[in-house]
Ligand binder design. Sequence first.
Ligand code: SAM
Length: 227
Amino acid sequence: MKIRETLAAEFDQFSDNYTEVMTRCVPHYLRLLSSLSECLPDDFSAGTILDLGCGSGNATALLLKKFPDAEYTLLDASSDMLDLCRKRFSGKNMTYHRSYFRDYTFPEGYFDLVVAGFSLHHLDSSEKQWIFPLLYKTLKKDGLLTCSDMMVKKYSAEHARLVEEWRTFINANYPDGEKWAWMEEHHEAYDWPDDYGDQKSWLLDAGFGHVDVKWREDHWVHFIAGK
Ligand SMILES: C[S@@+](CC[C@H](N)C(=O)[O-])C[C@H]1O[C@@H](n2cnc3c(N)ncnc32)[C@H](O)[C@@H]1O
């Protein structure tokens, strides 16, 4: 598989068998995905939820079990991913926005919960520092940002080590090597992960009161940031 020319087209293409491919290509994908819902505080309840880079809607599907009456906003640049969500959540209280984050107007003080599953690593360091204050402002008082992702600065020594382990993981699941060849190209073109520590300090600078790791394995991390 060759990578596509834009991120939206790349994820249109990736939408075929998305969950199966993610599970076999991303270490701890299902654990990190479930953390987005399971690690929320027991006494937390959400009436308005933004799924930032919703993909095929895997995080929203889990949150729906916990917050069946919430109003969901699903935001993604990929129309094919949003089509999967429309079919999957037909009849549910969902609003869909096909947009890059940079073109979306984040409503102020609107969401109780923003969920970012494997979407923020597509923003580079300066874009993360741009979006964190917007995520802070779009949350209500006591709102939460919950995030799971790869968190290691690209081209660092740690990144090189992680990429080697990642290659072994993918090649074990797809022995013909084709999937790794695609992932390597995709990672080079579309992924801009940053260290957890840097992201934590940018979130605190943006106004968040606390940022806490709830689960991690190496540089695969789940954290919650609270307003
Ligand atoms: C790796 S997928 C993750 C999907 C889903 N959240 C999950 O956990 O399975 C990343 C998704 O974020 C979307 N995305 C990434 N960067 C984006 C941006 N800047 N604007 C809009 N959507 C973006 C992609 O189109 C893709 O559907």
